[in-house]
Design a protein around this ligand. Structure first.
Ligand code: ZN
Length: 138
């Protein structure tokens, strides 16, 4: 079901601080900053060997990332795995009694995503993103 790690999400208070470390000290090329209204975050991406590191900065106090920062401070927020068919993956996981934090929504790059509740996955918030076959080869 899981094809690969798509990205790792890291919660930060300010994207500029992440850019200083990843774009500065580590010397990686910073991607465009994208606002995702549905998740109430701004995102900046860095590519490392085919895996993205995505920094998440909340754009409002009721963003899930705001709540995370208030509770735990900056740090790793979630892991994202790619699947080829999100609906099918959700059906399968529900048959294994796994819980989700909500319904599928449109995430970064317009792709459907869903989050598995950390209580169902060893304390880690897991995002699933649908990655169609055609996009894999691009
Ligand atoms: Zn993510």
């Amino acid at each position: 079901m899981l094809k690969k790690i798509d990205h790792i999400g890291i919660a930060v208070r300010h994207l500029a601080d992440a850019a200083a470390v990843y774009g500065g000290a580590f010397g990686l090329e910073a991607g465009e900053i994208e606002t995702i209204p549905g998740q109430k975050v701004r995102v900046q991406k860095f590519q490392i060997g085919g895996i993205r590191i995505e920094f998440l900065e909340p754009i409002s106090d009721d963003s899930p990332v705001s709540k995370f920062l208030a509770k735990r401070g900056e740090g790793v927020h979630h892991l994202c795995y790619a699947v080829s068919d999100l609906d099918q993956a959700v059906r399968e996981l529900k048959s294994h009694e796994m819980a989700f934090t909500g319904e599928p929504v449109i995430g970064s790059d317009g792709k459907p995503i869903i989050f598995i509740h950390p209580g169902s996955a060893n304390g880690v918030l897991i995002e699933l993103v649908e990655e169609r076959q055609a996009e894999q080869n691009s």
